[in-house]
Design a protein around this ligand. Structure first.
Ligand code: ZN
Length: 132
């Protein structure tokens, strides 16, 4: 298989595709859906079972935690630079509202990154990308 036929990692992560084939979707609906996010049990393309073992996605909480800390620090510094305010309510309102808005994003991408980067023994297999 040539280098050209291999699917790139970043588009697979951004579009929440299966870590093994990079073709099948992980979620059945968009990040910001009124009905919440529905994660598929198996990859529709290569049949990979996403939940490796019962409770596997508890580990995504650590990834999500890192996201939230990074967001809070960035927002706190950004708010300080932009407003120069020393009123704690400015920070509380800005930080909580933005982190609240980003919660569905954090949920989705914490699981996607867990599957793509932090799951031992799970890696991209280009031969799995080929349409069967
Ligand atoms: Zn797959």
């Amino acid at each position: 298989m040539s280098e050209k036929e291999k699917l790139k990692m970043w588009p697979a992560i951004v579009h929440a595709k299966c870590p093994r084939c990079r073709v099948g979707a992980i979620y059945s609906n968009p990040t910001y859906s009124l009905f919440g996010q529905k994660m598929l049990e198996n990859c529709p393309h290569c049949e990979l079972k996403y939940e490796r073992e019962p409770g596997y996605f508890y580990a995504a909480m650590y990834v999500s935690y890192a996201f939230v800390v990074a967001e809070l620090v960035t927002l706190g510094i950004g708010t300080s630079i932009l407003t120069g305010s020393s009123n704690p309510w400015v920070y509380i309102i800005v930080l909580l509202s933005v982190v609240g808005i980003l919660a569905p994003f954090n949920l989705r991408y914490s699981r996607v990154l867990l599957l793509h980067w932090l799951t031992p023994g799970l890696r991209y297999k280009p031969e799995m990308s080929i349409k069967r």
